[in-house]
Design a protein around this ligand. Structure first.
Ligand SMILES: NC(=O)c1ccc[n+]([C@@H]2O[C@H](COP(=O)([O-])OP(=O)(O)OC[C@H]3O[C@@H](n4cnc5c(N)ncnc54)[C@H](O)[C@@H]3O)[C@@H](O)[C@H]2O)c1
Ligand SMILES: O=C(O)C[C@H](O)C(=O)O
Length: 334
């Protein structure tokens, strides 16, 4: 049977890279047929018709049907998975939370529509910024769907962190594993390399002993953290547009691992805290997780030193503040 997948913001930049990957089987499996529903706002319907034409022209074996709509109730009807991308991106000089008032309303309405129409075991990945808070709002409005079925994208931050370490060590990117992104997909996130390993053949070398170079150890505590935190802003400064190709690629990685499992490594996902690591229960916070049979489990028992504690609490505080701002923005709009 086909998997039914919705992509919102389907006429935008991220979707343009994401759609072909989903349609080709890179997310749900190389033999898994898909039906895709594409949602955008009414002024984008002409563009979306063009996107649909291009999808047909891909002549793909797994793509069974494409449904284009501006109605969330049609877009989410009976879906198994949803990529919630549609939202305003930030411009140079803005923080992601500056998008809050404009974007949370979208996720409130889409939560309502998911509640009414989606399958109860739908997997929802929120990409649109501010991603953590949007995911929290969306879930709050879809009460009959388990909060465990909502997550937000911090995989792009993980990929950035992994790639930067690999570049610094001059090793292949896939040999760097278990870098963690804690907290908010924002400049307060904590990219944590303390538990990372580098695979050298069958050997797993802790990053702390990989080259015994004090300058590298210092880099991991300073410039590495800053450059991952600021990478989104650097891309916006250079391109004049926010990241799209890499964001789509990370969305593929996130949903594929949720659907098909993580096997022998941790990945970072924004999920609801149950109080792990002293992070307040109910915060949509990025943790290291593993996934098996579509169930996400937070990796527990990691040692949190004072350096990490401070950074993890700072990003948690920002998320608490963002959530309060979002609730008050929604309150004012009533
Ligand atoms: N979490 C991450 O790692 C990450 C990475 C990159 C970008 N983003 C965010 O993803 C979002 C999309 O980025 P983009 O570059 O594709 O933007 P874009 O402006 O190119 O596309 C956004 C699309 O969403 C549509 N849209 C707006 N309101 C909608 C609604 N209510 N329902 C459905 N569609 C709607 C717009 O019409 C547009 O076509 C932004 O918020 C951006 O900041 C997140
Ligand atoms: O930084 C942004 O606003 C876009 C996106 O969240 C990113 O990390 O590239």
């Amino acid at each position: 049977m086909a998997v039914k997948v919705c992509i919102t913001g389907a006429a935008g930049q991220i979707a343009y890279s994401l759609i072909p990957s989903v349609a080709k089987g890179e997310v749900f499996g190389a033999k898994q047929p898909v039906i895709m529903t594409l949602l955008d706002i009414p002024p984008m319907m002409k563009v979306l018709e063009g996107v649909k034409m291009e999808m047909v022209d891909l002549a793909l074996p797994l793509l069974q049907e494409v449904i284009v709509t501006d109605d969330p109730l049609v877009a989410f009807d009976n879906v198994d998975a949803a990529f919630l991308v549609g939202a305003m991106p930030r411009k140079e000089g803005m923080e992601r939370k500056d998008l809050l008032a404009a974007n949370v309303k979208i996720f409130q309405a889409q939560g309502d529509a998911l509640e009414k129409k989606a399958k109860k075991d739908v997997k929802v990945l929120v990409v649109g910024n501010p991603a953590n808070t949007n995911a929290a709002i969306c879930s709050k409005n879809a009460k009959s769907i388990s909060p465990a079925n909502f997550s937000c994208l911090t995989r792009l931050d993980q990929n950035r962190a992994q790639a930067q370490i690999a570049e610094k060590l001059k090793v292949p990117v896939p040999t760097v594993k278990n870098v963690i992104i804690w907290g908010n997909h924002s400049s307060t996130q904590f990219p944590d390399s303390r538990f990372a390993i580098v695979e050298k053949g069958a050997e797993k070398v802790p990053i702390t002993t990989v080259n015994n170079d004090p300058a590298f150890a210092e880099y991991l505590k300073t410039d590495f953290i800053k450059s991952v935190q600021q990478r989104g802003a650097s891309v916006i400064k250079a391109r004049g547009l926010s990241s799209a190709m890499s964001a789509a690629n990370a969305s593929v990685d996130h949903m594929r691992d949720w659907w098909q499992g993580t096997k022998d490594r941790w990945v970072s996902m924004g999920v609801f805290s149950n109080g792990e690591y002293g992070i307040p229960a109910g915060l949509m916070y990025s943790f290291p997780v593993t996934v098996a049979n579509k169930k996400v489990t937070i990796v527990e028992g990691l040692d949190i030193n004072d350096f990490a504690r401070e950074k993890m609490d700072l990003t948690a505080k920002e998320l608490k503040d963002e959530k309060a701002m979002a609730d008050s923005a929604l309150e004012q709009k009533k």
